[in-house]
Design a protein around this ligand. Sequence first.
Ligand code: PLP
Length: 405
Amino acid sequence: MNLLEKKLSASPVCKEAQQARDKGIYPYFRAIESDQDTEVTINGKRVLMFGSNAYLGLTNHPKVKEAALEAVKKYGTGMAGSRFLNGTLDIHVALEKKIAAFLGKEDALMYSTGFQVNLGVVSVLTGREDYILWDELDHASIIEGHRLSYSQKLKYRHNNMDSLEKQLQKCEPDKVKLIVTDTVFSMEGDIANLPEIVRLARKYNAVIMADEAHGLGVLGRQGRGACDHYGVLSDVDLVMGTFSKSLASIGGFIAGTKPVIEFLRYTSRPYIFSASNTPAATAAANAAFDIMVSEPERNAHLWKLTHYALERFRAMGCEIGRTSTPIIPLFIRNNEKTFAITKELFDNGVFVNPVVSPAVAPTDTLIRFSLMATHTFEQLDFALDKIEKVLQKAGVRQIAHSPKK
Ligand SMILES: Cc1ncc(COP(=O)(O)O)c(C=O)c1O
């Protein structure tokens, strides 16, 4: 081993991964060998999928698949260039227009992933003399974005509006203040206090960027997201979304006013220096978008499942924090136990995701259970019964509700 390899293999994450492998509870990179639906095949074993972000269950929808295939036939497989130069297709432009109109914004810009949107937008919008105010539980892509920015960064406590206001009070009144928040927090499933964020933004003359990665397709009219759910969509300056969750594809967008989007077109490096979204991914997202808008019954079923699951988890005495969405965290608060329970559930036919440190604090580890509109109540009951048994066996029956972070 050379020096670099030695150093890296001694890092705590690699050591912990090896320890988990040695104990037979390593939970990552489980390769799916089938189509992606509510049931998947892994290592020849059929398991129920309760770890997906495809909230509308569209990854296997015939119309979405057909749209991707047709796009490959017409445009080919890759883009071989960035949007800026040879990588713009008519379907990119059309989808941007459709998204902007849907959200009531003047313009929108598509990126190849949602991560790139946050990275490419948060890093360039504000300057050295400006401020970025961010929720401590914002997604990693937002954090990477503001790491690259020269602005002053002010972190506020998770969804804590007093903390946000205190940070706003520190800012110079005539400088730009950008508040960036997830709308639905990706691991905890709770929703940002958007009405209050809007009120504070008005009071302190700040701009809001809302990450609707987990709000799109889930909340709001026809799946417009959490901002729409709270009736504040027009008060939110920039709306970010991804195609990788409800829209069953890959890619992302930012929607806002013309001057902001125009500025991003010429300054946002992941947009300019990375190849554009593939024809298949773009067409799939477009088809999924149309289904989201035209088939509200999917969203209605997702919410029936969600209410039922939330009630049953509470009745079981599980600690599920402040979620009110199809993302349900089961707090375990111990890395190794979280791995062991994930493995035991997998052996019992239920796929869920472990979320451990360093992604969260060691005392906040959790199992992330998520629902799709295509789940049946029978599948949900099966999973809930297994979870109840496995948690009981592991000694993780707890009183409800975690303390507010
Ligand atoms: C809140 C949030 N924002 C952004 C992203 C990045 O999106 P993508 O996976 O499309 O790159 C994610 C993905 O996990 C997310 O949860």
